[in-house]
Design a protein around this ligand. Sequence first.
Ligand code: DC
Length: 226
Amino acid sequence: MGKIIVAIDGYSSCGKSTIAKALAKYAGYTYVDTGAMYRAIGLYTLRKGLQVTGDGLRAEEVIALLPQVQVGFVQVDGAQHVTLNGEDVESQIRTLEAGNRASQISQIKEVRAFLVAQQQKMGEAKGIVMDGRDIGTVVFPKAELKLFLTATPEVRAQRRYDELVEKGEKPDFAEVLADVNDRDYRDTHRAESPLRQAEDAIVVDNSNMTPDEQMQVIYDYFDRFK
Ligand code: DC
């Protein structure tokens, strides 16, 4: 069989990007982390000093910035880094603040249209593994393989907590768990492209799987298309 599109969606911190990267390597495909694209735009709005007011972030202020923003990817030592107007911002986008801002700006229809168009272009030649929230539902509704990943909020908060500790931050577990729950709520309740499982997606709950077990399950699904 020829190359396919693999769409991976799911909640935050359930290991989507680790899985997507490993699968892309296994398949010899290109990996695209769409969350990083939303985070890069979020970072830009933080740098421009956009503030959340009583009625939330002002959509028109964010939309006005879009023509100034170019999001891309570069390979650094075999890893994919996101760029914002040519600057490698991979480490700056991986903070709680940038993640929260990404979740806020991702609710704006125009922001989504701006990034979805770029993502669809990236998949024109197939041979791509893309992860996000709306890949199987909006970006590539005809993707040959759709995976929907999930794990309990507690398991995901623990993973996020461990990641932050590893980066030298001093997180509070209750805060991280509250953040996971808030983000889930926003991602699933927003008006524009809420996170939901595509009808033809395969659900993988990895709460009780080791990384190796989970990858074996996923490689087996992919191998059906070989
Ligand atoms: O996967 P992540 O944590 O890096 O994503 C950051 C935020 O971006 C997340 O809160 C939801 C949003 N997002 C989105 O709305 N659609 C996508 N395809 C990817 C991410």
